[in-house]
Write a protein that binds this ligand. Structure first.
Ligand code: GLA
Ligand code: ZN
Length: 695
């Protein structure tokens, strides 16, 4: 349903634009701070995140607080009309704290305790660190609870990593005891510890996985990762106790991450679980635009996938870009600047997929240490007369023009299942192609077909409600947790269309193989038995050809690489067959009628043409509409947000050359970016973008 979500705080009326501001690095430079306020106005920035790394500037010694500088900054920002996102500074701590309480220092997998330094390296179990952070947050919340500029809490920074100290080991054991009902036999069975004589005879023998210890017991690895997610969330919950108590109307979030250069979500934490605990999903988006290993438009589709995933974490509620760079980063392999226009384009893309902010890391480049060459709105030169600043200010103006888009929803009839636990289990499996089984790429390969056609997609975990979709695609659904197959069956029998692929229905929630034939609990709905899977060398391929009498309007031959499964129909109809090898003539694509719906099975990893044609056909049969009725040229993405009153169509050119796009003849549009009227065609500049609204 088209709807307008409210902004994160009643004071926020439009898009938030601004980002991480680190005045704590500039306390000795009052002129710079004064100049910042002038530049912020010029850059049309209205929101700043502060205090992310401010702990030692506020509490230079234990119990001595020097808030005066922060008071000045918050007041200064408020005076020039900015909103403030206030961070709790647990992402990094003062040296005195590590020195006095070494238990706060993280212990690595190899069981070595880190020295003080870096950041994001605390023990998430340590009672001392929990107490110190909560105490600090209480003082912070008390001090600024009534500040008119405060609109949101930014809790810690990019939670990540694991700690293997004795406190964490003990907590892990407690967690296991609870999970396995204090029954070691249950754990031994779930972890299949009969293998290599790994059976445990008391709880104290259990430790976290280690490179020089246990690391081949998949149920163990999986439970450890689950524990790390839960313990991190628990740490976060401990941090926010005073915030909820003292500032109940201020929303709370923490910034999620992506993974690079392979453009996916961060894999260290299950964000599907974490999302339930934040008021708004936010993420830090740093794609390596203009890389030499992927076309820009392909990367754009992958980025779109991650945006859609983060929007779907809270069932369509708009998300925030809490960090991105106005130009370049300093940690990609090659740190290329965004070409002219790319900053506006990539920002519009985030918004098109559901973002309600464009916030940067960082406002001003620091003078020293490792991030001094990371992109920023204000460069070392210190003035506004450079390309990056101009492009930021230009974006600020566009965001003002687009204000009414804030809160508008994205409506999808298609969902692709991507699931963190499934990813962990696939990555851990020893077999197939050892190094990279390409789970995320496989999800993104299906997604690309919809992206090219302008068909919106939600990206959801296997636990989400399926009933609102016409088409649900579950690529490589290797793990099937309890209840999932039943929900898929209900979805299909009620008339839904389900598509799955090779290597689905293989293991349960403990990473134990299903007995009695794959795809395990999905057998009934898919109507097949997958007997074996063949892995191909990189240069090898098979071919998939549609049968003449197939019910789909497809007749071509497509290439299959990496994986081909030997499948027997058990009630399903065969639509396409392999052309070579000992499984020549065997099913490569099947469909099973189940209740009022259908379930398809793709038995091999096929080329992009296959996905384009197959999902094109699906869209037609299921009447799944593109948001754009005219042809979408190559490398152009069309996405839509809508509220009860209007539709906003984002037409984005990810090519480094011009593209002409035809529009529906009888309409006149206004391009909200340039504020010009557009009829019949639009010529998009290289990396050009228009946002169309019907006049
Ligand atoms: C992360 C961190 C920031 C900064 C940026 C640099 O997103 O949260 O503090 O280090 O990376 O890209
Ligand atoms: Zn620890």
């Amino acid at each position: 349903m088209k709807k307008k979500y409210s902004t994160i705080h009643p004071k926020v009326k439009g898009f938030m634009h601004g980002g991480d501001y680190n005045p704590d690095q500039w306390v000795g430079y009052p002129d710079i701070i004064e100049e910042d306020y002038r530049l912020m106005k010029l850059a049309k920035c209205n929101t700043f995140s502060i205090n992310i790394f401010g702990w030692s500037a506020i509490e230079p010694e234990e119990g001595t607080y020097t808030f005066e500088w922060l008071d000045k900054i918050i007041n200064g920002l408020a005076e020039q009309g900015s909103h403030v996102i206030l961070a709790t500074p647990s992402g990094a701590r003062p040296a005195w704290l590590s020195q006095k309480y070494p238990e706060v220092l993280r212990v690595e997998k190899n069981r070595q305790r880190n020295l003080h330094g870096l950041r994001h390296n605390h023990c998430f179990t340590s009672p001392v660190y929990r107490e110190k952070t909560q105490q600090f947050n209480r003082i912070l919340a008390e001090r600024y609870k009534d500040h008119p500029a405060l609109i949101m809490w930014h809790v810690s920074n990019e939670y990540s990593g694991e700690c293997h100290c004795d406190l964490c080991q003990a907590a892990f054991r407690e967690w296991l005891k609870e999970k396995y009902h204090n029954n070691l036999d249950e754990l031994n069975h779930a972890w299949w510890t009969g293998f290599w004589s790994h059976t445990f005879s008391n709880w104290e023998q259990i430790e976290s996985p280690a490179p020089h210890g246990e690391n081949q017991v998949h149920g163990h690895n999986l439970d450890w990762k689950r524990f790390v997610t839960e313990q991190t969330i628990d740490f976060y919950k401990n941090e926010i106790v005073p915030l909820r108590e003292i500032t109940p109307t201020i929303p709370v979030t923490t910034n999620f991450m992506g993974s690079y250069p392979e453009m996916g979500p961060f894999l260290g934490l299950n964000y599907d679980k974490f999302a339930k605990e934040v008021d708004v999903v936010t993420w830090d988006s740093y794609p390596a635009w203009h890389g030499d290993y992927q076309e820009t438009s392909e990367l754009a589709a992958d980025v779109g996938f991650v945006h859609d995933m983060y929007r779907s974490l809270k069932d369509g509620q708009p998300f925030l870009i809490l960090e991105c760079t106005p130009s370049l980063v300093n940690w990609h392999k090659v740190n290329k600047t965004k070409r002219p226009g790319m900053h506006l384009l990539s920002s519009m893309q985030s918004i098109a997929h559901g973002a309600d902010s464009i916030l940067y890391f960082q406002w001003r480049k620091g003078r020293g240490a490792s991030e001094k060459f990371h992109g920023a709105v204000v460069d070392h030169v210190g003035h506004e007369h450079n390309r990056v600043f101009r492009e930021v200010a230009e974006l600020g103006e566009v965001l003002e023009n687009l204000q009414e888009v804030v809160g508008a929803s994205v409506e999808a009839e298609v969902a692709i299942i991507y699931d963190w636990e499934n990813q962990w289990a696939i990555d851990d499996a020893q077999g197939l192609k050892i190094e990279n089984k390409e789970y995320i790429n496989t999800c993104q390969a299906q997604y690309q077909a919809f992206w090219k056609k302008g068909i919106p997609v939600d990206v959801i975990s296997m636990d989400k409600d399926l009933s609102k979709y016409k088409l649900v695609i579950a690529p490589m659904l290797y793990m099937v947790r309890p209840g999932v197959a039943e929900r898929i069956e209900t979805f299909v029998s009620n008339g839904g269309t389900f598509v799955s692929t090779y290597w689905s229905g293989i293991v349960d929630e403990h990473d134990l193989c299903f007995l009695g034939g794959f795809p395990g609990p999905l057998k009934n709905v898919l109507g097949i038995w997958a007997e074996e899977i063949d892995t191909l060398y990189d240069k090898e391929f098979n071919e998939v050809k549609f049968k003449e009498e197939s019910s789909l309007n497809l007749s071509q031959t497509y290439k299959a690489r990496d994986y081909c499964e030997v499948v027997h129909p058990k009630g399903a109809n065969v639509l396409a067959e392999f052309q070579h090898d000992y499984y020549q003539g065997m099913p490569a694509l099947t469909v099973n009628r189940y209740g009022k719906g259908e379930a398809y099975y793709i038995a091999s990893r096929n080329d992009a043409q296959f996905h384009d044609d197959f999902y094109g056909e699906m869209a037609e049969r299921l009447d799944i509409k593109s948001v754009f009725s005219e042809e979408i040229p190559k490398g152009v993405s069309v996405q839509r947000r809508a509220n009860e009153h209007h539709e906003y169509t984002f037409v984005m050119n990810f090519n480094d050359h011009e593209q002409t796009v035809k529009l529906t003849k009888d309409h006149v549009y206004v391009d909200m970016v340039s504020q010009r009227e557009i009829k019949s065609t639009v010529v998009l500049k290289p990396y050009g973008v228009v946002v169309l609204k019907k006049c």
